[in-house]
Design a protein around this ligand. Structure first.
Ligand code: PBG
Length: 323
């Protein structure tokens, strides 16, 4: 045998020397849940280790993350039911607790990068990402609400706008709205290929934002489809997206790879709540080694082609890398 691949695995030094994929904390965005001021820290049952935090608790959390070198956060609001309505009015209120919190975070920690979520569901009494009329999700009427939501978020200091709603044309209308108000430097990370997935369950528990009726299949993509992701990617590119995201990550590693091969934009992947919950549950039972399984999971997403990974593991990964 002249060829022995094992020679390149014989020591830690050589293994590291020929390692093809690296994942840095700088590639990670940590999704965190915000709740109204004064509410006590609320553990999320189906996301062990994750909490709904009020602004004061969130400032402490961010400070701790910064000390671990983790500097980017995607913030999601848990809105009380009484503030929800059919047109997501509260999401457009410049004084809502979400935008107030973003202003406070940017004031206290100007160097953090904040990503926001643009979609109606946290503020909608229907629990859908778009406007519902007679059971139908209306695309074009939703766009105006989304554009306004993006603008108030940019005004509050958001660095990266994250349209997660999957309405047609939203990236373009948001880009135009931001530009015409002078926010030409506010980035857009589009949820380009967002699938109608069972793996969002724990997130909807966290925000109590599940649809009141029906499902999200008329706007989120069919898990069976891959070529359709290229249609979405082409649209987002011409509409002015700065990043293309695939969501979820693990069941869609092929889609991450496909977008990486077909676009010159940075590719992001959202390692979603159900993926986190699945691993945590197995670890709680003692069936998997947490640190090894987490690192392998994140690495696989990176290897598939993700430049950026949104993950509930971000903080633990940062801690692990510091050791
Ligand atoms: C809402 C939104 C969802 C997630 C991010 N933004 C849920 C959904 O579309 O129902 C899911 C994130 C996760 O599961 O971690 N537009």
């Amino acid at each position: 045998m002249r060829v022995r691949p094992r020679r390149n695995r014989k020591s830690d030094t050589i293994r590291k020397m020929v390692e093809e994929t690296q994942l840095n904390v700088a590639n990670l965005i940590y999704p965190i849940f915000l709740q109204a001021e004064g509410l006590p820290k609320h553990p999320i049952q189906s996301l062990p280790g994750q909490y709904r935090l009020n602004i004061n608790d969130m400032l402490k959390e961010i400070e701790e993350c910064l000390s671990l070198g983790l500097t980017s956060f995607d913030i999601f609001p848990a809105v009380p039911d009484q503030l929800k309505d059919t047109t997501a009015t509260y999401g457009l209120d410049a004084e809502n607790f979400y935008l107030n919190a973003i202003r406070k975070i940017k004031e206290k920690f100007p160097s953090v990068t904040i990503m926001s979520d643009v979609a109606m569901d946290p503020y909608s009494s229907d629990g859908h990402d778009g406007l519902v009329e007679n059971g139908e999700i209306l695309n074009d009427k939703t766009l105006e609400i989304l554009a306004e939501m993006a603008l108030v978020q940019a005004q509050a200091g958001v660095d990266i706008i994250g349209p997660s709603d999957m309405m047609d044309g939203r990236v373009g209308i948001i880009r135009d709205k931001l530009d015409s108000a002078g926010y030409t430097n506010t980035s857009i990370m589009s949820y380009t290929a967002k699938y109608a997935s069972a793996y969002y369950g724990p997130f909807r528990d966290a925000l109590e934002s599940a649809p009141k009726a029906g499902d999200k299949k008329t706007y989120q993509m069919n898990p069976a489809n891959k070529r359709e992701a290229l249609i979405e990617a082409d649209l987002d590119e011409v509409e002015g997206a700065d990043f293309l995201m695939v969501k979820p990550a693990l069941c869609y590693l092929d889609v991450i790879h496909l977008l990486k091969e077909n676009s010159n934009l940075p590719i992001a992947a959202y390692n979603v709540s159900g993926e986190y919950a699945m691993l945590m549950a197995a670890c709680e039972k003692g069936w998997l080694n947490y640190e090894l399984a987490m690192e392998e999971m994140l690495l696989s997403i990176r290897r598939a082609g993700a430049d950026v990974i949104l993950s509930y593991f971000a903080k633990d990964y940062a801690r692990l890398k510091q050791l």
